[in-house]
Design a protein around this ligand. Sequence first.
Ligand code: NAD
Length: 502
Amino acid sequence: MASTLPTIQHLIDGQLVSGGSRSQDVFNPATGLAEKRVLLADKHTVEQAIASAHAAYPAWRATTPLKRARVMSRLKVLLEENAEQLCALLTAEHGKVLSDAMGELQRGIENVEYASYAPELLKGEHSKNVGPAMDSWSEFQPLGVTAGITPFNFPIMVPLWMWPMAVACGNTFVLKPSERDPSSALLVAELALQAGLPPGVLNVVHGDKEAVDTLLLDKRVQAISFVGSTPIAEHIYATGCAHGKRVQALGGAKNHAVLMPDADIANAVSALMGAAFGSCGERCMAIPLVVAVGDATADAVVAGLKAEIAKMKVGPGTDSANDMGPLVTQQHLDKVRGYVDQGVAEGATLVVDGRGIKVPGHEAGYFMGACLFDHVKPGMTIYQDEIFGPVLGVMRVATLQDAMDLINAHEYGNGTCIFTRDGEAARYFSDHILVGMVGINVPLPVPVAYHSFGGWKRSLFGDLSAYGPDAVRFYTRRKTITQRWPSAGVREGAVFSFPTNR
Ligand code: NAD
C-alpha cells in the first residue's frame, strides 16, 4: 500500500521535484512514529541536479561578488524571521531541545553572515614592479560545481558551513543532507531562493550511498565537502581524490576534558554537564571523557556529576523544561545502550545508569538517560570508540603529562579542553596537544564563523578545515597573473637566462 505520509522532495533548478523510485521513513524521535517519507535520489536525479548547477555556473560566476553577497545578507534576515519554523522542523526530526536548535541555527546564521563578507575575502594579493614595468597579482577564482554531504546531528548548521561560502565565492552547489532529518536544510534552501539566489545555484538532493557515489564519480563536480563518521569520511576522501576532486572530509571524534587538581570543580562540573549531555551527546565536539588528574579530583568530579545528573530532565525537545531530548533513531539508541552494556562487561564502574529511563506519554520515543562511568581505561571499547550518546566516562591519571599522552595516542583529534587555574599548565597543554581545537576552561571550543573548524588525525581528511578563512581557500583556486607593459617603440633583445631581479 502506498504511503500517505507527506513526501520530502528534491530541490533542482529552483523547483521541488520527485526523483528515484526509493524512499524511506523519517521518524519523530520523541514519539517513535514515522511522520514523513523522504525520497532517495537515484543516479539520474543527482545527474539532473549536477546539470542544473553546471548550467547556472557561468552566469553566477560572472555576477559581481557584491551582488552575490547581498543574497547572503537577505538570507540572514529570512533565517532570523523563520527561526521558529526551522527549529520546530529540526526538533521534530532530530529530537534536540528547542533552545539547542536555536543555538544551532544561530551558529549557522553566523556562517551566512561571514559569507556576506566575500567581496572583502576575495580581494587577492597584488605586487607592483615585480620586474621592470611589470606587476603581478594572485586572484581567487571559483571552481565550478561543488557539492556537500552532511550528517544528521546538525541538519541546519553543517550545510551552512558549506554552501553559503561556496556560492558567495562564485561556485554552484549540490547539497546532499542527511536522510534521517532532511527537512530543515531543504527549507533553508527554499529561503535562499526567496533571498534571490538564482535557480540552479543551489540544488538539494536527498538520498543515500547511490546519491553520494554519483556526486563522487561525476566529472563535473570539482570539489566535495563532507562531514560525518570517520569510515565514510575516509571513503569519500580516497574516492573523491582518486577522481581528481578537491576534498575536505571531516570525521568522528572522541574529545577528552582534562581536569586539573587546581580547577574550580563546581564550575567544571556545570560545564561538563552541558558538553557531555547537551544534544544527547550527539555532537562531534561533545565531551564523552573526563581525564581527572589525581584521585581526589576524580572523586570530586564524579560526586558533582552524579548530583547534577539526578537533577536533569529528559523528555521531548518541544518542552522547554527539558535538558535533553531523545536519540535520533531506534538503531542509534540500541547502539548506544549496547556500548553501555559493553562498558559494564569490560569492567568500568557504572555510577549512573540511564538505560532504563521511561518518559511518560512518550514510551515509544528513543529516550535514554545520562550514563556516568568511573574507572574507564584505555583498552576499553567505551574509551576507544565514538559512542555519540549521553555517556560520560571518567578516567584517573597521576599527572598532566599522563593525560596528554593518552589524548595524543588516541586515533581522533577533533576537540579537547583543560580546566585549570594554572596558566603555565594551560599553555603547555595547548602548545603540545595533538588536537585541532582546544579549549582552556571552555568545554566546547567550537570556533566562531570567522575562524575555521577542523580536527587533527583521523578527525579530518584533507588540508583545509571547514568554514572561516579556510573555506574561502577551499572553494577557490589561486591564479597568479604577471603582466608587463613595455614602453612602445623600445626594441628589446632576446634573453635566454632565467628571469631574476639580480
Ligand atoms: P554518517 O557518516 O553516517 O553520514 C554522513 C553522511 O554520509 C550522510 O549524508 C549519509 O547519507 C552519508 N553516508 C552514509 N553512509 C554512506 C556510505 N556508505 N556511502 C556514502 N555516503 C554515506 O554520519 P552521521 O551518523 O549522519 O553523523 C554522525 C557522525 O558525524 C559522527 O561520527 C560525528 O562525529 C560526525 N560529525 C563530525 C563533525 C566534524 O566536524 N568533524 C561534525 C558533525 C558530525
